[in-house]
Design a protein around this ligand. Structure first.
Ligand SMILES: Nc1nc2c(ncn2[C@@H]2O[C@H](COP(=O)(O)OP(=O)(O)O)[C@@H](O)[C@H]2O)c(=O)[nH]1
Ligand SMILES: [Mg+2]
Length: 334
């Protein structure tokens, strides 16, 4: 495994090519690559956890890419190393959410202290989220101290992202209430900070009104953690305004979370929850792969009311577990 050692050393030394290669390894579904990826992750774990992990969401067109470009550049100018990842289960091989907007992040993508990676493509949300979580750890091992994970404001991906980050930013545009922007109450509840973008020109007054509406809405919600109250800030990604206010809020959040011990507790809970979701996914994969035909037949019989659901589940599980015992008695894949 000398090659893997080289990769690890180059990664920890902060070489971007090594980081890109390591993420490709993590994203590969080949069993030998997966084994190498897991060995790599285990070896770099001691170098992880030192970044502030940020999630950002908002409907398409709200200005996420424009904001990340401006915000990322202002952070690298202050000496930070910024990694941008994405969770977008709808992205295809040809155009992930970030790749599609490469033009809007042209300067950041050329910045030696920034690293941008589009969403892993294909697969379930669970699979995309796992690979992004692992990519996040690799970025931390490579010395990135700010990790931003972007997701589009639709579906379940917000929840997946909020479960892997420290702080969740919700970006809204002026005008339009919750329903107009397709922002569900549930997503508001995930937010640690609401950014009203496009607070410039003709939209400035509408942005101020929206800020007071959302501030009232936030007051009605129960805080996610005791040590922090979500608030609303105005920004203009286009003009580069409000970026410093956002960064100050992030630093205040990080300090409050660290001082109260909440950050440590939250990361611990996230890691445990991740393990359980892995167990769940891997069991389901193994279970389904085990019965390519039979499962469909049993399911059909249950659907038609010919077999009780519980009895069918019990019989399948019993069979599956007995097989597992036989396999482990023989030794793995002998
Ligand atoms: N007026 C104004 N327009 C903005 C601002 N930020 C982004 N936009 C514009 O909104 C459109 C969508 O921006 P984009 O960053 O691609 O949004 P995304 O889909 O959320 O990534 C583009 O035409 C941007 O130029 C802003 O702060 N003010
Ligand atoms: Mg975008």
């Amino acid at each position: 495994m000398a090659k893997l050692d080289d990769l690890k050393n180059d990664l920890v030394a902060g070489r971007r090519r090594a980081l890109a290669k390591a993420i490709t390894l993590v994203e590969s579904t080949r069993p030998d690559h997966q084994a190498e990826a897991q060995a790599l992750l285990a070896s770099i774990l001691c170098h992880t956890g030192k970044s502030i992990r940020l999630g950002i969401t908002g409907t398409p067109g709200v200005g996420k890419s424009t904001f990340i470009e401006a915000f990322g550049l202002s952070l690298t100018a202050q000496g930070h190393k910024v990694a941008v990842l994405a969770v977008d289960p709808s992205s295809s091989r040809t155009g992930g959410s970030i790749l599609g907007d490469k033009t809007r992040m042209e300067l950041l993508s050329k910045d030696p202290n920034a690293f941008i990676r589009p969403s892993p493509s294909g697969g379930t949300l669970g699979g995309v989220a796992r690979r992004t979580r692992e990519a996040m750890l690799l970025c931390e091992a490579a010395g990135y101290d700010v990790v931003l994970i972007e997701t589009v404001g639709v579906g379940q991906s917000e929840i997946a992202v909020s479960e892997m980050v420290d702080m969740f930013l919700l970006m809204l545009s002026p005008g339009g209430g919750d329903d107009l922007q397709g922002i569900k109450r549930g997503i508001m509840e995930l937010a640690d900070l609401v950014i009203i973008n496009k607070a410039d020109g003709d939209l400035k007054r509408a942005a101020m009104r929206a800020a007071s509406d959302y501030t009232s809405a936030l007051h009605l919600m129960r805080p996610k953690v005791d040590c922090w109250t979500a608030s609303v800030v105005l920004a203009s990604a286009l003009k580069g305004e409000g970026l410093d206010v956002v960064w100050q809020k992030i630093q205040d959040f990080e300090a409050a979370m660290k001082d109260s011990g909440t950050l440590e507790q939250m990361r611990e809970a996230q890691a445990k929850a991740w393990m359980w979701s892995e167990i769940h996914d891997q069991l389901m994969d193994a279970f389904q792969a085990n019965y390519p035909e039979k499962l469909g037949q049993v399911e059909a019989a249950v659907g038609k009311g010919q077999t009780p659901a519980t009895a069918a589940a019990r019989a399948l599980l019993k069979d599956f577990l007995t097989q597992g015992r036989k396999i482990s008695a023989q030794g793995p894949e002998s």
